[in-house]
Design a binder for this molecule. Structure first.
Ligand code: SAJ
Length: 433
């Protein structure tokens, strides 16, 4: 009889985790609060859009083999060998604290259906200290069981990346934080069934810190690249050439400047890290980095205003084509997408906005075209916000003929500036004036 694993939260993290453990021979039950999503999965259809190599076919195969099914019921936890929690843990910027409503709700329901010997693993990203201070007390009070003795508890923070969900899950090294040695060993042995990368064991707090720090690190690195881009714009230099040459120096890894930092990881994880020391220490660098990155979408709109003004056109009444709604290339994920503030600002200035994205099908009741030429027809400005591979194939001469004014504002270094100028476009780009 195959051991049963319950995965709570069938999103970008839970779906590949469920499929991978099913492939490893476990009986997997995915719990989700959305009935349509439960039904979709039970029809063998992945709810994850965008280019996710291998995921849809694996999920379909596992559902058809009877090794993976979905439900809304937490009673499935009662005879689970392990329960993996992958619910959303957004950061509430207004209240300046994590929104743990989904996490707490899941833990109450799991606790009410927790049996002796079960291992509970939190994959969701949480502020350091959360497993010990929030998760453990709920599970223990609801179940009457003790963590580390009657049931096992820990965290194995996800390292997913839209576009590489299955690949990252299988190949990347992972950190395992255990509530005690036995929990740590059990979780490491559990993940050895799907993770080919190294599994590094530690305590819960350290694992939570590692997860938030690895993303805060990236956020700071991107902010540095964005600041260099702003400097290069004023100096009249090409930041991408600067970056390429800087990275020829040993131990340098200057990241890519761009239209901003979106996603469910980076914008939030540095806030979770700062939150964990609230009242004890005030981080400066990671907070400033957030401000720099959040400024970039606004800066992109400044470049649009400037580019139109260069040709005597006001934003008010102009037609602007936004290419890319997803926060990252070749994905349908729009969480915290920089495109949202770009569109909002340009609309507030009176521009008529048309949006294209090859993968995103719905966003804020917005009409999203799948036809680049349709979006560019009669436009005064083409703005790239996401560097989907599809945009690299754009024929500049062809689009110039259908636009009302040939202006390109490049937020992701999609186009070669020289090629745009040669094709007769007026060009401005982030870090490449
Ligand atoms: N971005 C830049 N410049 C860069 C890199 C990214 O502006 O040099 C922007 C992207 O356009 C996007 C945002 O930052 O809007 C986030 O991009 P990302 O490549 O970091 O993608 P994420 O958010 O999916 O990051 C995840 C993270 N993984 C986890 O949290 C588990 C991150 O730690 C990984 O480094 C990244 O995937 C990856 O490349 O695997």
């Amino acid at each position: 009889m195959a051991k049963k694993i319950v995965v709570v939260g069938m999103g970008y993290v839970g779906v590949p985790v469920a499929a991978a453990f099913a492939k490893a021979g476990f009986e997997v039950v995915g719990i989700n609060r959305s009935k349509p999503k439960v039904d979709q999965i039970n029809r063998g259809i992945s709810p994850i859009g965008g280019l996710e190599p291998g995921l849809s076919s694996l999920l379909r195969k596992m559902v058809r083999a009877g090794r993976l099914r979905a439900t809304q019921s937490f009673t499935e936890c009662r005879d689970a060998y392990a329960i993996i929690v992958a619910v959303q843990t957004p950061f509430d910027k207004l209240k300046e604290k994590p929104d743990y409503s989904s996490l707490k709700s899941a833990m109450h329901k799991i606790g009410s259906n927790l049996s002796k010997g079960t291992t509970v693993v939190v994959e969701s990203t949480v502020a350091p200290g959360t497993v010990e201070k929030i998760v453990k007390p709920i599970l223990e009070s609801r179940s009457g069981l003790r963590a580390g003795k009657d049931f096992y508890l820990g965290t194995c923070p996800e390292r997913v990346r839209p576009g590489r969900l299955l690949k990252n899950l299988i190949e990347l090294d992972r950190v395992v934080g255990g509530y005690g040695e036995v929990s740590k060993k059990r979780i490491i042995n559990l993940y050895r069934n799907v993770v080919k990368g190294n599994l590094y064991g530690t305590d819960c707090l350290t694992a939570e810190i590692v997860k938030t720090v690895e993303n805060a690190y990236r956020d700071v690195q991107i902010a540095f690249a964005n600041e260099v881009a702003l400097i290069c714009e004023r100096l009249g230099a090409d930041v991408y050439e600067v970056r390429e040459l800087v990275n020829k120096a040993p131990y340098r890894d200057m990241h890519m400047p761009g239209a901003g930092v979106g996603g469910h990881c980076l914008p939030k994880d540095s806030l979770l890290l700062s939150y964990s020391v609230k009242g004890k220490f005030e981080p400066k660098l990671i907070k400033i980095a957030r401000k720099v990155n959040d400024f970039m979408p606004l800066h992109l709109t400044h470049l649009v205003e400037a580019a139109l003004s260069d040709l005597g056109i006001q934003v008010k009444g102009s037609r602007i084509a936004i290419l890319g709604l997803a926060y990252v290339k070749n994905s349908d994920d729009t969480r915290n997408t920089p495109a949202a503030p770009v569109i909002k600002k340009l609309e507030s200035l009176g521009a008529e906005i048309r949006v294209h994205d090859p993968y995103v099908n719905q966003f804020d009741k917005m009409e999203i075209s799948k036809d680049i030429m349709e979006v560019l027809r009669g436009a005064d400005c083409l703005v790239t916000v996401t560097n989907h591979d599809a945009y690299k194939k754009i024929d500049l001469r062809k689009i110039k003929k259908c636009m009302r004014t040939p202006i390109i504002v490049d937020g992701r270094n999609v186009f070669q500036k020289s090629a745009c100028l040669k094709a007769g476009f007026h060009y401005r780009g982030i870090g490449n004036p």
